[in-house]
Structures are given as C-alpha cells and as structure tokens.
Design a protein around this ligand. Structure first.
Ligand code: GDP
Ligand code: IMO
Ligand code: MG
Length: 429
C-alpha cells in the first residue's frame, strides 16, 4: 500500500496545499490526480507565500518528484505562470516536475465556452472558476479531447482547429460575451512550448514502476468531496471525481495500492460559488468568520461563504473516501468566538437525520446545533496538543468522537510549521 491520499472533505479550500507541503518530505513522489487550475493551493514558509494551481504542492521540497497525473486538466497558460513563479523564487524543478501524456488540455475555447455557458445560467449559475474545467472534461468523456501527448503528433494543429471550430459553433448557442480569443490563443501557443519542454511520462507505468521499486507516493486532491461530480451537491459541483476513487483513475493505480487516506476539514466550513450549504451563517457571525479566516478565494479572490462545521456532511465524505485519519485546519480562526456551533444533525421533511438527502439542492434543511464554549485566547506558540486551552481540546475531541476517526494533526496557522501533531500515525512516525 504505497499510495497515501490527502483530500478535502468539504467544499474545497480546507488547507490541502499546506498539509501536502508539510508531509511531502515523508514521500518520494507527490502526484495530482484530478482537477486543474480551478484549484488554488496556498503554501507559506520562510515568510514567503505561493499559490499553486496545477503544480503539485511537493515542488518546494528538494529532490522530491512531482507528477501531474492523467486525471488532471492542464491550461498551459496557468502552468507557465506557475513555472515562471518557481523560476523567480529560484526553485529548481528541473527533472522533478513530470507530466502524464494522457492529461487533457484546456484550450482557450474551453474557457470561452465555460464563461458563455455560465453567463447564460443567470441566477442558477454554478459559480464556476471559469477556468474551462467543465467543457474540457466534457470533451474528454465525449472523446473529442486533446491530450498533452497529442501535441507532438503531426496532425495536432489540424485536430486543434477542428475542436476550436466545434467550440465556436457551440458558443453561438449562448448569449454573446467578451472574449479576446486571438490574444488568448497567442498566449496559449507560446505557453504550450513551456509545457512541452517538461519531461513527459506514461504516468500509469511511471507510478507503478515507482511502487514496485518501493517508493512512497502521496496523491494530492483538489477541490473537496462535496464538489465531486457523482457525490457532491450536483449540479453545483466540479467535473471530476474528487474522492479517493479518483486516485485510481487519475493516476492509473489499483485500489489495493491505497494506504492512508488523510481527510482535511476546516474547524468550520466554507464554500465558494452557488449551491446548498446547510450550516451557512448569513449574518454578522458569518461575516466575522470570513474576516478572521481571510476567506477569499485563492484562485478567483471571491468572498467565500462561511458557516459552522457540519458533522452529517463530514460523516458522508468520510464514508465515501474511507478516511483513516483527519486533519483539522484553521482552528486558530475560532480564537475570538465565545461560542462555537457544531452542526450535529439535519431536520428536513419533518424528520431528524444525519444523512444527506438526495434533493439537498432543493429541500429545506434546518440543522441541529450543539454550542461549544470558545477558548477566547491565541494559540500562537502552542506546539503540543496537551498545551491547548481546555475548550479547544474539548472541541477537537467532540469532532473526532462524533466522526469516529482520529484527528492526527491540528493546524493553527497558515505557516508550514504551525501544525500540532496530535498522535503518532503511520504517516507521521
Ligand atoms: P487548499 O485549496 O485546500 O489548499 O486551501 P487554500 O489555499 O485555498 O485555502 C486555505 C487558506 O487558509 C490559505 O490561505 C492558507 O494559507 C490558510 N491556512 C491553511 N491552514 C491554516 C491554519 O491552520 N490557520 C490559518 N489561519 N490559515 C490557514
Ligand atoms: P481547491 O483545490 C473551492 C468550485 C467553484 C464552483 C464549482 C465549479 O483550491 O480546494 P469549476 O471551476 O470546477 O467548474 O467550478 O466548484 N471550486 C472550488 N471551490 N476550492 C476549489 O479548489 C475549487 N475548485 C472549484 O467555486 O462552485
Ligand atoms: Mg483552494
């Protein structure tokens, strides 16, 4: 069981980037298995901040190999920007950033279609990041897509033009929007050269050879389980499988290779974009959480919706993913709350349940809350779990007891080192 997994258990932005960066030194390879530049993973260390969209979060750890897996969709423009940032920061990624030939490409016209289709949805819009994710995965499953490896073939430009023409036909179905296709294409083709200069691999062979050679691999999830195309709050989801099962498809490994599944949850909850959010706080408390938590998107800068932690929701995603250990992030954001809510059950259709209803997008859910006494003090400089304020320890215990999965790490700040290791686990020891 050579492949451990880190993924988000809520609606994204749980702090995956920080935890992957922290744990990466225990591994030989970090691999992204799904999603694309809709992701924004923030890393902070030595007073520097980086936001990664396509590049795996192990890139700042010397010697470690980073693989962009076949399940990822790549926009060469975003990737080039990320690589330029690595160059500016003098990060040596040569020979350490590998791309699966089977990863699909996001074309400028995919972004054009994404924007036009969202504009047409009006108040029903998904709140997509407009990075072209939906249209690219549609072309992948519709068997029209262009893969990274295809860019080396002699008929690449012909196939590009064919797909572009199809997209321009489709775009006419939507209201007109502004999109400077010529300028975007010029950028895209020049950025493509940067992508093509990276080492290409047959990812499935590469990863399985590594497993057979005894290497340890960390699969880095993007988005969160509630945004999964099958199990999320459909249609307010992304277009890939964000759950553990997606690791097998997105890297080409067998389920039997999956070891630890490390699920990340904030100590509260956020979501960006449209769709249901049962424990959302609309008023002052929600606004206070947003300000304290700096809850503005790492990719789009949009304000994130905020609310209390939701145990039925977490039980659901723990079940879907087979989570073996939990990481609780951003607990420091609750430092100034006298009382902290914990959603313990849902009331809907006259019943109380801890299961998510099929019609979660339309049914009226009234969550049941337990209130916890806040600790009203800073967690700065606390490095041992036992030194946390009693109320903070009680809060952590409540969550792990209800979820029946051990919390092995508690994150108390955005910096790499702000992490309390709660108990020894297979990963940490
Ligand atoms: P990701 O998409 O899951 O990697 O998460 P994002 O990077 O989009 O959002 C998480 C935000 O919270 C980033 O700004 C991180 O720097 C920050 N962050 C992560 N862990 C903590 C923490 O424990 N405390 C605080 N205050 N900020 C954190
Ligand atoms: P990370 O990896 C939070 C949301 C969008 C929108 C929906 C569909 O940083 O946690 P898409 O662009 O995929 O068509 O958008 O999914 N979304 C995210 N929300 N974090 C993310 O990634 C997200 N990626 C997509 O806001 O509601
Ligand atoms: Mg993010």
């Amino acid at each position: 069981m050579a492949v451990d997994v880190i993924l988000g258990l809520q609606w994204g932005d749980e702090g995956k980037g920080k935890i992957v960066d922290y744990l990466a030194t225990k591994y030989d390879i970090v691999a992204r298995f799904q999603g694309g530049p809709n992701a924004g993973h923030t890393l902070k260390f030595d007073g520097k901040k980086f936001v990664l969209h396509t590049v795996p979060s192990g890139i700042f750890r010397p010697n470690l190999i980073n693989v962009i897996g076949n399940g990822v969709v790549i926009d060469p423009i975003t990737l080039k920007k990320e690589i330029d940032n690595l160059d500016d920061a003098n990060v040596n990624y040569e020979g350490r950033l590998l791309v699966s030939r089977k990863a699909h490409l996001i074309l400028p016209t995919h972004r054009y279609l994404d924007a036009a289709s969202e504009a047409a949805k009006g108040s029903e819009k998904i709140g997509s990041t407009l990075k072209g994710i939906g249209p690219t995965y549609m072309d992948k499953t519709g068997r029209n897509g262009i893969r990274v490896g295809d860019t080396f073939a002699p008929d690449f430009k012909t196939n590009y033009d064919k797909l572009r023409a199809k997209h321009l036909g489709l775009v006419k179905l939507f209201p007109e929007i502004e999109f400077d296709l010529e300028a975007e294409e010029a950028k895209w083709f020049s950025s493509l050269e940067t992508l093509k200069a990276l080492p290409m691999v047959d990812g499935e062979y590469y990863i399985n050879d590594a497993i057979n050679a005894g290497k340890k691999i960390l699969a880095e999830g993007a988005q969160g389980s509630m945004l999964d195309i099958d199990f999320g709050t459909y249609p307010y989801v992304t277009s890939s499988n964000t759950v553990t099962a997606g690791v097998c498809n997105g890297l080409g490994i067998a389920p039997s290779q999956i070891g630890e599944v490390i699920g990340i949850t904030k100590a509260y909850c956020t979501r960006v974009g449209g769709g249901p959010f049962p424990t959302e706080l609309d008023g002052e408390v929600g606004e206070f959480l947003r300000q304290e938590g700096g809850e503005f998107g790492a990719t789009t800068g949009r304000p994130r919706r905020c609310g209390w932690i939701d145990l039925p929701q977490l039980k659901y995603t723990i079940m879907l993913n087979g989570v073996t250990q939990l990481v609780l992030t951003k607990i420091d954001i609750l430092n100034k709350f006298e009382s902290i809510g914990v959603g313990t059950a849902y009331q809907y259709n006259g019943e109380t349940s801890d299961r998510l209803p099929y019609d979660i997008c339309t049914v009226d859910i009234d969550p049941v809350y337990e209130n916890h006494k806040g600790w009203m003090s800073s967690l700065e400089d606390i490095t041992n779990f036992d030194d946390l304020p009693t109320e903070a320890k009680a809060y952590v215990h409540t969550i792990e007891t209800a979820l029946k999965v051990p919390i092995t790490m508690v994150s108390t700040g955005p910096e790499r080192k702000k992490l309390i290791l709660k108990e020894a686990s297979g990963v940490l020891s």
